[in-house]
Design a protein around this ligand. Structure first.
Ligand code: M6R
Length: 613
């Protein structure tokens, strides 16, 4: 949700900033811009802005036609909140004097009041954005020191921000700050960076510091210092990023989404590696930060998540109920945070987020912690805010997920939840046999996934048959109900086909009215405990001339007799079926989107990391 990158050092900053934006474009892609201070001496320093509507390529073309060169600058790729996604509203924005430039990720909630206040002081605004207001506010407090002006402005700002600010009156310096939106500082050799995400700077340094909320950083080419908004210095540890830049590249695939779908067998291996004990049929989880005794006292589990992570949480709910015999609730983080939820010390809160930065999920977790719950984070992005603020947790180890549509993070979340379920279940009395079969089942998943992926071309053939349809219904039962929701979400977000997921038996309470020969219905109909029931639901659709695409278990010839098209998956235990049944649905969505000419990795109106409410 907007990407920020900044550089100060001996090199020309423009290629570094543009290269950083290329890595951040997944965060927002409706406009992009750079601010660079040109000139060699105080007499001829000049703040130059280049910005363009649309994808990053527009900005690249612009800077080629109108180059800028300097040794420090900031850049931004936007996902619009205040104001249309056009050139004028694109970042960076400047203050009243045009000497300060600012890029921002987040929302300034009191911007209307601040704008009115600034107007009374003679400020004129040219855009509809909250960011321009913030930049003018910094200018209003300018007294010769950029960090003092930024700190003064942020002390009266309400809302969320990750920002980077420069001025040609305070050369060589970048001031960064965050509250609710991520900001990392890259520590190079005689050069420094700020960015929303390490991917933007990893080709230059793997040494970073993470800012916490309401912290600021001042970087020059000589070093950096961190402080609070009240200008109290704070010490920060430099951390090393261990993943490789190649993991955030397409590696020969046409899209990140396709690459990430194909990475899933390896991701599952990474999610379970070192966490399963074959001798005692137990899970071994480092870093959970909650003792067996504390877990034994847990009487209830609450999941908090959004989107695809919420679907993974639903699967976690079914697993924990089945194996741990504990009551579980799955909450939309956005709803939970504004309710009056009943949480106590015996409630274990599990917070699932790929990015670890989703604003609603983070706020819901803080609310649960405020009410006395212990919150465990299940995150992908190492060092993300949820990962750091949770009381403990597990990384899913999926590696960077760049495609806006979540694929490998979903299956890695489910695999990680299976490990966590096993751990909790053994503490709550699960016997050896189901524990052994869960472990065996998990170990087989990567090979079984490979077998499904080897038949990806069949998913394309089926997609060709249905890509022109404007609607699609996804139905599943039991563990496959969340998979139906996830399949529908994948299709709608990348292909703009209207798709809905339902528990299959709910169909006759309303959605059945939609069924005719123009309505493809995807049934996830694997050989599990819901199999006989869902076969009846398929017959009901067939009787009304619906077109059926089924996900079925290998060797199930009965389904072939009812469905128009079938994706086969290998047999596994019920709890692990989603790890396999979702794969053909991911591929089907991908191919439908490609056939409809959609931008798979950057679907319209979306952004990878939703750091605003
Ligand atoms: O980073 P998170 O897991 O917290 O993100 C939650 C959702 O925004 C995310 O899963 C979203 O629904 C994806 N676009 C789904 O593909």
């Amino acid at each position: 949700m907007c990407g920020i990158v900044g550089y100060t050092g001996p090199r020309d900053c423009l290629p570094i900033l543009i290269g950083g934006l290329e890595r951040l474009e997944y965060r927002g892609y409706d406009s992009a811009g750079v601010a660079v201070v040109t000139g060699d001496s105080p007499d001829d320093y000049s703040l130059e802005i280049r910005k363009e509507e649309g994808k990053l390529q527009g900005l690249k073309d612009l800077v080629e036609a109108q180059p800028v060169s300097g040794t420090f600058g900031i850049a931004h790729t936007r996902w619009a909140t205040h104001g249309a996604p056009n050139q004028i509203n694109a970042h960076p924005h400047t203050d009243e004097t045009d000497h300060i430039a600012l890029v921002h990720n987040g929302i300034i909630e009191n911007c209307d009041a601040l704008r009115e206040m600034l107007k009374t002081k003679g400020h004129t605004f040219h855009t509809e954005t909250d960011t321009e207001v913030l930049c003018h506010l910094v200018g209003e407090y300018w007294d010769g020191s950029l960090e003092k002006a930024v700190a003064a402005a942020l002390r009266i700002v309400e809302g969320a921000y990750g920002i980077a600010v420069i001025s040609d009156l305070d050369p060589g310096k970048i001031v960064g700050a965050r509250k609710g939106s991520p900001l990392v500082v890259g520590v190079g050799d005689g050069e420094y960076f700020v960015a929303s995400d390490v991917a933007a700077i990893l080709s230059h340094t793997n040494q970073v510091i993470y800012l916490a909320d309401e912290e600021m950083v001042v970087v020059t080419r000589r070093g950096f210092r961190t402080q609070t908004l009240n200008e109290i210095p704070i010490a920060k540890d430099v951390e090393e990023i261990t993943w490789e830049l190649s993991q955030a590249e397409k590696g020969g695939y046409e899209h990140f989404m396709l690459k990430e779908i194909f990475e899933q067998p390896r991701c599952i291996q990474n999610a379970i590696r070192g966490r399963l004990e074959d001798d005692g049929w137990r899970a071994h989880i480092g870093g959970l930060n909650i003792s067996d005794e504390e877990l034994a006292r847990v009487e209830r589990v609450v999941f908090l998540a959004c989107g695809t992570s919420w679907h993974a949480a639903m699967i976690g709910e079914y697993m924990i109920e089945e194996y741990c015999r504990l009551p579980v609730e799955v909450e939309y983080a956005s709803e939970f945070r504004y309710r009056d939820p009943v949480i106590d010390g015996k409630t274990l809160v599990l917070v699932i987020s790929q990015s670890g930065e989703t604003a609603d999920t983070l706020a819901a977790m803080r609310e649960a912690q405020r009410r006395g719950a212990m919150a465990l984070g299940i995150c992908n992005v190492v060092g993300s805010t949820i990962a750091r603020e949770a009381d403990g947790g597990m990384y899913i180890h999926a590696g960077p997920e760049i495609g806006v549509a979540s694929t490998k993070a979903f299956t890695s979340q489910v695999a990680t939840l299976a490990v966590l379920t096993l751990h909790l279940a053994r503490i709550h009395g699960l016997s050896d046999e189901p524990a052994r079969s869960l472990i065996h089942g998990l170990r087989r998943i990567p090979d079984q996934m490979e077998a499904i992926l080897a038949d990806a071309s069949h998913c394309r053939v089926v997609a060709e048959k249905y890509a022109h349809h404007a609607n699609c219904l996804y139905l599943g039962r039991g563990y496959n109900f969340p998979v139906a929701l996830e399949g529908a979400l994948k299709l709608k977000e990348i292909s703009y086909v209207h798709a809905e997921g339902y528990p299959a038996a709910e169909m006759k309470h309303g959605p059945i009215a939609l069924i005719d020969e123009n309505m493809p219905v995807v049934f996830i109909c694997t050989k599990d405990r819901a199999y006989d029931k869902i076969k009846s639901n398929m017959a009901e659709v067939k009787a009304r001339s619906g077109r059926i695409i089924a996900v079925a278990t290998e060797g199930d010839t009965h389904v072939e007799g009812i469905a128009d098209d079938v994706f086969y998956i290998p047999q596994t235990i019920d709890a692990l079926v989603p790890l396999l049944s979702v794969l053909p649905l991911q591929l089907y969505s991908y191919y439908v989107a490609v056939l409809r000419g959609c931008n798979v990795d950057q679907p319209r109106n979306l952004a990878k990391s939703v750091t605003v409410e």
